[in-house]
Design a protein around this ligand. Structure first.
Ligand SMILES: NC(=O)CC[C@H](N)C(=O)O
Length: 369
């Protein structure tokens, strides 16, 4: 399949004044967000639709993006969630028997501004040394003052609350209603495959809007609670921290992923912090300190849990660490059936090494029933 090459110019301006020129791909217009990069070599459609990327302009480290097109069901949510896209090369032809569309048409339909022909190696090295910052990409402004004005409107990721905007508006169910195990899911921007991983193991889920109170959660009579991934700064989510505290008070099993991990830490008095440039990719090595085994993990986070504060917290145990930088990848509470990981065991896209965590959670629930 081919698409017409437009070759129209596009520009990228970073918050520190650095500028890149490139070529437009996808929707026309101007888009801003926090710039971040994903080192994965495949799985771009799942990444673009991951709700945790809300508010972020994504650089793909892979030299070539779009070669296998898109498929209607290779998604992690109902729409593309990235604010914008930056690539080295974008495929104008795609090749996959079962593909439904090409990437450019998909981005255009989803109103996503993208820029390619950018030296992404230089750009990623820049972010790696300077750290996370905001940016704008534009097909309509080439004047630096106009780009700067657009950039001034992009909110800081630190302190930004996004989950309540993208969470489901109404509760919904996943799985079979007669399943023996019921799990209440807090939707702060949940990826579809996390829900599938739980339902495939025989759980019936009720997925709740971000600001649902404990009484409504309890009315579902859940045997366990799941705290989802999601975008934004966990420290801005006091409503969610309160919900996690209320859930812990029920003594029912709790499992949290990524944002859910950060919220479990915050609910136990452990602060989170903004990382230099975060972890986003499919090959982050993590060691499970309980089993001594290592796993290769999928990651997507720009905030982390404070390691020093955990060490001082008697009732929280570190279960997983990142083998690249020693950052905290997993915790569990002593004396309570609650645990969480900073990475993504559902791993769409990515290796399935960590799927055992869903089995562990279901087993924990069975043992508590
Ligand atoms: N994938 C996630 O849940 C991300 C959590 C949080 N928004 C972060 O960037 O750290």
């Amino acid at each position: 399949m081919t698409a017409t090459r437009t070759n129209s110019p596009a520009w990228l301006l970073l918050q520190d004044g650095t500028c890149f020129a490139g070529t437009s791909f996808g929707a026309k217009g101007t888009a801003g967000g926090e710039i971040c990069f994903n080192t994965g070599m495949t799985g771009y459609q799942e990444v673009f639709t991951d709700p945790s990327y809300t508010g972020q302009v994504l650089i793909m480290n892979n030299a070539y993006t779009g070669n296998y097109g898109v498929k209607n069901d290779d998604v992690e949510s109902d729409s593309v969630k990235i604010s914008g896209l930056i690539c080295k090369n974008m495929a104008h032809r795609y090749s996959r028997m079962v593909a439904d569309d090409g990437l450019e048409s998909y981005l255009t339909r989803n109103n996503i501004v993208a820029i390619y022909d950018v030296d992404t190696r230089a750009l990623v090295q820049h972010i790696r040394s300077k750290g996370a910052m905001n940016c704008v990409i534009s097909t309509e402004h080439s004047e630096i003052e106009a780009l700067k004005a657009a950039l001034a409107n992009v909110p800081d990721m630190a302190g930004l609350e996004l989950s309540s905007q993208i969470s489901t508006k109404e509760p919904y169910h996943v799985g079979k209603a007669d399943a023996p195990i019921r799990i209440a899911v807090m939707d702060y921007g949940a990826k579809i495959n996390i829900l599938k991983c739980l339902a495939d193991r025989g759980a019936y889920l009720k997925v709740f809007p971000a600001k649902t109170g404990i009484e409504e959660l309890k009315a579902f009579e859940p045997h366990g609670y799941f705290i989802s991934n999601g975008p934004g700064d966990p420290a801005s989510m006091s409503y969610a921290v309160d919900t996690v505290k209320d859930i812990l008070a029920t003594e029912k099993p709790l499992f949290g992923i990524c944002l859910g991990h950060q919220l479990l830490a915050l609910a136990n008095g452990i602060p989170t912090f903004k990382m230099h440039h975060g972890h986003r990719g499919l090959n982050h090595p993590v060691k499970n300190l309980v089993t001594g085994r290592s796993e290769i993990t999928t990651q997507n986070h720009g905030f982390g849990v404070d390691p020093e504060a955990i060490k001082k917290c008697d009732h929280v145990e570190i279960t997983h660490v990142n083998l690249n930088d020693g950052s905290i990848e997993g915790i569990r509470l002593k004396g309570k059936p609650a645990f969480s990981v900073q990475y993504h065991p559902e791993a769409t896209p990515g290796p399935h090494d960590s799927r055992y965590l869903f089995d562990d959670f279901l087993k924990m629930i069975e043992e508590s029933m």
